[in-house]
Design a protein around this ligand. Structure first.
Ligand code: BJW
Ligand code: ZN
Length: 244
């Protein structure tokens, strides 16, 4: 078990690796100014998930839910990818088998240039029709309520995976395969409490990968991974690659 690895050792392992998978969470975007969910400054401190981010909440009061997403869209629109997002783009460009799995809905990985990417909890810049299920991009600021599907006149909802909802099957197949078969799994800025992403560290370990966590604080993953580094994503992740 390679405990005692330094971050520069991990960089050297990455330089040799043919297959790398990365899982990110809200912590990577915290350094761009996007609030996390949990913790003292997190979104759930002021808003309860079941009141705003659940299918029941949307059924009960879609206008309130859209007001909250409108507020977050206005906020995210002012944010830019940081050095951690950019380093992952550089890694993607030089590693043969690379897959980035993000739980973030802010779109900052794609904005940075990531292409081999699964946004497993959706994207705040997409909407989905509650009647015909058509997904479409939408960057309206503000999004005028009620947003209506141009195909069937159904009410549009955020294209985001709420608690109790299924994740996209193709995304999950691809993500599980990437986690199972990688040489290295990097887990960056996630509290590691939300499934299915919470199961990725043990799955990668079972597959024989080197599993590395980068987070401001210890998490439930810290005791599973081979090595955990504490610090800000924008400071730690660039040490692993060649970001500008
Ligand atoms: C920094 C930093 C810096 C800060 N640098 N680091 C198995 C067992 C038990 C329960 C379940 C299970 N399988 C499914 C469930 C139910 C449920 C679940 O997981 N519940 C748990 C809470 C127990 N999962 C689901 O319902 C999922 N659906 C599903 O599995 O369908 C099938 C099924 C359903 C039901 C039962 C069984 C099967 C769907 C989950 C969808 C989650 N969606 C959300 C909300 C979206 C709303 C929105 O965005 O508008 O997605 S929840 C919320 O948490 C959001 C995030 O993507 C997700 C993860 O959060 P994340 O990214 O980890 O953020 P934080 O805030 O928690 O942590 C930030 C971290 O960053 C911290 O660690 C900081 O230290 C760190 N940090 N600054 C580095 N600068
Ligand atoms: Zn429709």
């Amino acid at each position: 078990m390679p405990s005692g690895l330094t971050i520069l050792d991990v960089r050297d392992c990455l330089a040799q690796a043919r297959s790398v998978t990365v899982l990110t969470g809200a912590g990577i975007s915290a350094d761009s100014g996007v609030p996390t969910f949990r913790g003292p400054e997190g979104l759930w401190k002021n808003y309860r998930p079941e009141e705003l981010a659940s299918p029941e909440a949307f059924a009960r009061d879609p206008k309130l839910v859209w007001e909250w997403y409108n507020w977050r869209r206005e906020l995210v629109a002012t944010k830019q990818p940081n050095a951690a997002h950019k380093t992952l783009v550089a890694l993607e460009r030089r590693i043969e088998h690379f897959w980035l799995i993000t739980q973030n809905v802010d779109g900052l990985h794609a904005l940075a240039g990531s292409q081999r990417l699964s946004e497993i909890h959706g994207n705040i810049w997409k909407v989905r029709c509650t009647q015909c299920n058509r997904v479409s991009p939408n960057r309206d600021l503000p999004l005028v309520y009620p947003p209506i599907c141009t195909d069937c006149s159904g009410l549009l909802r955020p294209h985001i995976v709420w608690f109790g909802e299924s994740l996209d099957q193709d995304d999950m197949t691809r993500s599980y395969q990437a986690v199972r078969t990688c040489d290295i799994l990097l887990i960056i800025g996630t509290s590691g409490v939300v499934y299915p992403a919470a199961s990725f560290a043990p799955i990668a370990k079972d597959g024989g990968a080197l599993v590395v966590e980068l987070n401001l604080d210890p998490t439930p993953n810290s005791s599973i991974v081979d090595v955990a580094f504490q610090g800000r994503a924008k400071d730690l992740v660039p040490l692993l690659g060649d970001a500008t």
